[in-house]
Design a protein. Structure first.
Length: 497
């Protein structure tokens, strides 16, 4: 009886929708507006472009490595072949554990958008998160073909909606673009680029689909297409935010909603206490709008009035389901591959015979996501900004894995110079070196700005190191001993006639 394997049914459109879907989270809208407040006028697109170029370079490293080792456990295997298994287990386990932490923040933001922003108070916030997790689990349990199709519909609907509505907002804006080519100096640009990288977080999560794509070249091509799609989407959406809402605040500073934003900007220190509210500049109005935790809610309410509430609900649902679904598809395949290779309990390598999906890995990850979401809702009662910690944890681990992948690529080129590489990063060692330095520095900057992230990562690193260096060897030793105790079957000899 042949061993059950993952089905090779994933095509290019699903590769792109999965990678881009990870970045299409509701929390990204707040990050996009945060970026806009750093630079002058409507020049945020420059920072988004530069951040995209760095992510494109990181994606090229993933493309070369994925071509060398097309497996669902690629990230672990890349590090293992470049260094050793202990290092691979440390980073791979830390990666999969921390990367899904963004689910907690996404659940929190979505729940409050739907509960507070739309007036649907009959459903408690936590119920939204539970519902989404169960829906995504059901889609993925039924098979990658169904989940992939759902991912395509959700992601491309989001792209079309955001780009289309953003172009509409730009077209009807009462003012033209403000200083679109002047960011305000190199210091502002660097800070904005650091925030801009967060908009692309998770695009590399297409690599665990390596065993399910119909053609291995789709992974490399998908990584590059994903960055392009995200740039167009976020650049247009960012321009729509500022070109629509900054003039609105300038025109009606006494409006209760806008007045509260101006008050928040003053309290935050983004605006001086003596600011002339009746004559706000474009950038001062931007600073006020940047204090909103749900800028997209205000944008679409301004564009479509009361009908905008339905638009907000649809957009939030699409963004969250897209992000949840993309994360579940890829993380479950990664966990399945680790279990299949003996680095995780064997139970997670079980494949559904009917649907050819790693059902135990899916159930386990859904349970972990539920636990993380519950943690965010509980801690929020005592520390209202606690959900932001999970966002920066996710950002930190992404920067970490980009740095490690670049270093792995350099090491493998030295160790295996003659290995087959369907795709090779151009420029020798230059691009991987730039990726390692840039994202390494950004990782350090996150810890400096948010020390709690460093504490949490250090604690998780010690736990994952213990698991990889102590638990896994013991688990494999027990498996070998169990196999040795099994009686060997003797071949049946034909009887002499």
């Amino acid at each position: 009886m042949s061993e059950a394997r993952l089905a090779k049914v994933v095509k290019q459109r699903t590769v792109v929708s999965t990678g881009a879907g990870m970045a299409m989270a509701t929390v990204s809208y707040s990050a996009s507006m945060e970026l806009a407040t750093i630079v002058l006028g409507d020049s945020a697109w420059i920072a988004i472009l530069v951040a995209g170029l760095f992510c494109l370079m990181a994606g090229s490293c993933f493309a070369e490595l994925s071509g060398m080792y097309p497996t669902a456990a690629g990230i672990k295997l890349f590090i293992e072949r470049a260094f050793n298994e202990r290092v691979a287990m440390l980073f791979a386990t830390l990666y999969i554990t921390v990367a899904i932490s963004v689910v907690g923040a996404e659940t929190f933001v979505l729940a409050h958008v739907l509960h507070d922003g739309t007036g649907i108070t009959a459903v408690p916030p936590w119920a939204w998160g539970v519902t989404f997790l169960l829906v995504v689990l059901g889609l993925n349990l039924r098979g990658i073909r169904i989940a992939g199709t759902a991912q395509d519909v959700l992601a491309y609907s989001m792209f079309a909606f955001l780009i289309g509505s953003s172009l509409y907002a730009i077209a009807i804006s009462p003012q033209p673009l403000h200083t679109p080519l002047s960011v305000g100096g190199p210091g502002r640009l660097l800070e904005a680029v650091a925030v801009g990288v967060f908009l692309y977080v998770g695009f590399e999560w297409v690599t665990p689909l390596a065993e399910e794509v119909t053609d291995q070249r789709l992974i490399a091509r998908g990584l590059f297409l994903t960055v392009g799609v995200l740039f167009v989407t976020y650049a247009s959406f960012n321009a729509a935010l500022t070109m629509t809402m900054a003039p609105a605040i300038q025109a009606r500073p006494a409006d209760p909603t806008y007045a509260s934003l101006i008050d928040a900007a003053i309290a935050k220190g983004a605006l001086p206490a003596t600011v002339d509210r009746a004559h706000l500049t474009y950038d001062q109005a931007k600073q006020a709008f940047g204090t909103s935790v749900v800028p997209h809610v205000l944008l679409y309410r301004h564009l479509f009035g009361t009908a905008g509430l339905a638009v907000i609900v649809a957009m939030s649902l699409l963004a969250s389901v897209t992000s949840f679904n993309a994360g579940t598809i890829t993380a479950s395949r990664f966990l399945y591959a680790l279990a299949r290779d003996g680095s995780m309990p064997k139970v997670f390598s079980r494949i559904s015979i009917r649907y050819a999906t790693p059902y135990m890995a899916l159930i386990a990850l859904s349970g972990l996501c539920l636990a993380i979401s519950a943690t965010v809702f509980v801690t929020e009662r005592y520390v209202p900004e606690s959900y932001e910690t999970f966002i920066y944890l996710g950002a930190f681990v992404e920067c970490m894995i980009y740095t490690v992948m670049a270093c792995s690529l350099i090491a493998l080129r030295r160790r295996q110079p003659q290995a087959d590489r369907p795709y090779r990063v151009p420029g020798g060692y230059l691009i991987p070196a730039v990726v390692a330095v840039f994202f390494g520095c950004l990782m350090i900057a996150i810890v400096i700005a948010h020390p709690v992230v460093g504490v949490v990562v250090a604690g998780l690193a010690m736990l994952t190191a213990y698991y990889g260096w102590k638990v896994v060897p013991a688990m494999r030793a027990r498996a070998r001993a169990a196999r040795a105790r099994r009686p060997r079957r003797r071949p049946v000899r034909a009887s002499a006639e």
